[in-house]
Write a protein that binds this ligand. Structure first.
Ligand SMILES: Cc1ncc(COP(=O)(O)O)c(C=O)c1O
Length: 392
């Protein structure tokens, strides 16, 4: 009998949708083609120098090389508390209401295991960032998708309907500014969510990954800044985007102390915490002036303007997002019969431009594509020229 190499759980993970695109991208690069890559939301700019300097300083200290703490070193957790107070006027007890995560993807993956029971119904938008779906799959919960493309008002109506179904939903995972659709909300929306969650006794997880990538004066609200939010949920934040620290793997979850305790408990069995020098350097990032964040957002805003204007000019309509580092566009009318995967493949092969098919974010993403603004202005202009040539 052959050895068993796949669990029933692993079989529930479809082959990575982006694998085909990535293989094609690699092949094109091998042929010497210059692929302009809007595929992954992987920030192209470097981590701020003071953060790098702090890492180097601490890593030289021989005492910093031992196991760290899974929950996060107290100094990091205190920095999280300062960050919430300064940015949102939210009071977070660093010892009971915050935990470090090895990037929010890890935090979200383990959060499901820590709070969902097998068969529990969990509401998640579609389309969405994949771990929001897969944390439910990993935990053996019952995933129920909620359409997000019609906007926040319609989303709330869908939630009301979902709350009336039986068994009752146990958890809701949301993310605003939203990846991939760039949907934004106002504080009033979170008030409705808290009211709904209290009424139906549903736990809420809010992913605030794009808190600082905001344009044209828009301010993205924190879920935890909503009165009563801490009674029903937690918020998760990553340093990947705001501080160009995607490779460092550092973030945190904060909010309801019981949920935080469950997440910290499961993590204490899974990991030994983020390398201490990274946690110390992350404090430098969290304490850095807001002005730096405005400069970072301005870079994405300029790229957004060039890309949106260029696309609209060539007859590919796309809206200007108010936040996040993406454009979310319908496949152009004349290619509307193609799947988003085939359209993305065509753009890669014939225009040397890599984008993400909407179907990679859930079935309701079909018909759309996402572009991550992680190439500089000149390369964006080059991509526009390539696409225009393909379309003409
Ligand atoms: C909504 C959202 N959450 C989380 C992440 C991942 O963040 P991290 O690098 O902290 O795992 C991403 C990355 O693209 C994202 O878009």
């Amino acid at each position: 009998m052959p050895i068993q190499t796949e669990s029933n759980l692993i079989k529930k993970f479809p082959p990575y949708l982006f694998a085909r695109l990535n293989a094609e991208k690699l092949a094109a690069r091998h042929k010497g083609e210059d692929v302009i890559d809007f595929g992954m939301g992987n920030p192209d700019n470097p981590t701020p120098q003071p953060v790098v300097d702090k890492l180097v300083e601490v890593v030289r200290d021989k005492k910093s090389h031992r196991y760290s703490t899974s929950k996060g070193i107290p100094a990091f957790l205190k920095a999280v508390s300062r960050w919430y107070d300064r940015k949102y006027g939210v009071s977070i007890n660093p010892y009971t209401e915050a935990v470090s995560v090895i990037g929010s993807k890890e935090g979200l993956a383990h959060l499901g295991l820590a709070v969902i029971n097998r068969g529990d119904k969990v509401l998640v938008p579609s389309p969405t960032y994949p771990i929001h779906h897969y944390t439910v799959v990993i935990a053996g919960g019952k995933l129920v998708t909620v359409p997000i493309l019609d906007g926040p008002e319609a989303f709330l109506k869908h939630l009301d309907k979902a709350a009336k179904t039986r068994p009752k939903p146990r958890m809701l995972i949301i993310n605003f500014p939203h990846n991939p659709t760039t949907t934004c909300v106002e504080p009033e929306f979170f008030k409705e969510i808290v009211k709904w969650a209290k009424k139906h006794q549903v736990m809420v997880v809010h992913d605030l990954a794009y808190a600082d990538i905001v344009f044209d004066g828009y301010k993205s609200p924190s879920f935890l800044a909503t009165p009563g939010a801490k009674e029903v949920g937690v918020e998760i934040f990553t340093l990947s985007k705001s501080y160009n620290m995607a490779g460092w793997r550092v973030g945190f979850a904060a909010g309801n102390p019981k949920v935080i305790a469950s997440l910290a408990r499961i993590k204490s069995y899974m990991d030994y915490g983020i390398f201490t020098p990274i946690q110390v350097a992350a404090i430098t990032a969290l304490d850095s002036p807001e002005e730096n964040l405005r400069k970072l957002a301005a870079v994405y805003q300029e790229r957004r303007n060039i890309m949106v204007d260029g696309m609209n000019k060539m007859g590919w309509p796309v809206e200007k997002p108010r936040a996040a580092m993406y454009l979310w566009a319908k496949i152009p009318q004349r290619y509307a019969k193609m799947s988003s995967m085939d359209f993305a493949m065509m753009l890669l092969k014939e225009a040397a431009v890599a984008i993400s098919p909407g179907s990679g974010f859930g079935s309701l993403g079909e018909g759309y594509v996402r572009m991550a603004l992680v190439e500089n202005k000149d390369r964006i202009r080059q991509a526009l020229r390539n696409i225009k040539k393909l379309f003409s």
